[in-house]
Design a protein around this ligand. Structure first.
Ligand code: SAM
Length: 326
């Protein structure tokens, strides 16, 4: 069992399959971005991912999320999903949705039932201005395809004050006829993403807007939930807010992360990481390294405090969201 020094049991592993992405989301892609090809030597191979996962599963991990970068641009993404499907874990994925139509059969074979798709605007032009690629129609069609095939679909929306915050109601309207689970995410600071407090649209602001139009009821949240869940009576779907910035939810954290180059990070905001891949390649037992890394986990937000969210500090000590795996 993987326990940190605060007694929190960690059983959920998020694996970044690549730090490359086909979109250029303004809040995610750093200015000095990680372009170029996925480096198959430097990064974990499908077999190495499988081996590392087997060790985490032995240590009690029971949920795995594939992320990135964009996980589905990896040319061996299908092989990785197939390899991981044999473990007794809940396997899930976060994707920008562009290539989902090519993966429906793979997801079904792997019994991957829940898919998180990122979509920040229901307006085609605004979406283009946010992710710099014209993929809105493909993503919308692929969300429909997932629903038709009975997947549990969560839609991730990064809400930025004055940019897409006027679409909160449009997204909630969408849940009236469709069993979608909208997750509004507060804008988080990462190196190169020009974050500032003013751009965060908070949980309470979202709730206020929603409540002006609808009767909003609370759903119960699980101990490890990062989101606060709500529903509008008679809507087929639900909505939730991931309030990382205004109301952090670190007390119930059970998440571990591995970057595509095999570094373990115990928090999205960690300033330190442990090189599991080099140790594995050298033939060493990585279990003590995993335990040691987790034992050093800070109680909240990777040990950052509010004054430290500035660009200078984040640029020097932290990876971008793409480099970690969101
Ligand atoms: N490419 C995939 C996708 O688009 O979903 C997976 C990786 S992406 C980094 C994972 C999630 O992180 C997405 O839902 C994205 O919107 C979110 N994200 C990225 N940068 C963020 C930021 N600065 N603040 C909040 N959420 C962010």
């Amino acid at each position: 069992m993987l326990k940190d020094s605060f007694g929190r049991i960690h059983d959920y592993l998020r694996i970044s399959l690549t730090d490359k992405c086909n979109l250029r989301c303004v809040y995610c892609h750093p200015a000095n971005s990680l372009d170029g090809h996925h480096d198959y030597m430097k990064n974990m191979s499908a077999a190495e991912i499988e081996k590392i996962v087997s060790i985490f599963v032995e240590e009690g991990v029971n949920k795995i999320r594939l992320t990135g970068g964009e996980p589905l641009i990896r040319k061996d993404a299908k092989e990785i999903i197939e390899r991981l499907s044999k473990f007794p874990v809940k396997l899930t994925i976060t994707t920008n949705g562009v290539f989902i139509n090519e993966f429906i059969a793979t997801f079904k074979q792997a019994k991957l039932k829940s898919v998180n798709v990122s979509l920040d605007s229901l307006n085609k032009e605004k979406n283009f201005s946010l992710n710099k690629r014209d993929e809105f129609d493909r993503v919308k069609n692929n969300i429909d395809l997932l629903l038709k095939n009975d997947f549990h679909v969560k839609v991730n929306v990064v809400v930025m004050n004055g940019i897409n915050s006027n679409e909160v109601i449009d997204f909630i309207d969408w849940t009236k006829e469709f069993p979608l689970h909208i997750r509004f995410i507060e804008f988080m600071p990462f190196p190169g993403n020009k974050w500032d407090h003013e751009k965060v649209f908070t949980h309470q602001q979202i709730l206020k807007i929603a409540s002006e139009k609808y009767v909003v009821e609370k759903l119960s949240d699980d101990e490890h939930d990062t989101s606060k869940k709500y529903f509008v009576p008679n809507h087929k779907g639900t909505f939730a807010v991931i309030s990382t910035m205004s109301e952090p939810f670190c007390s119930g954290c059970n998440r571990l992360r591995i970057t595509t180059d095999g570094k373990m990070r115990s928090c999205l905001f960690s300033k330190t990481e442990t090189d599991l891949l080099s140790a594995l390649r050298a033939g060493n037992d990585i279990t003590p390294l995993i335990r040691e890394n987790l034992y050093g986990k800070h109680y909240m937000l990777g040990g950052n405090n509010d004054e430290q969210w500035g660009e200078k500090e984040t640029a020097s000590n932290r990876r971008s969201m793409l480099g970690i795996g969101g």
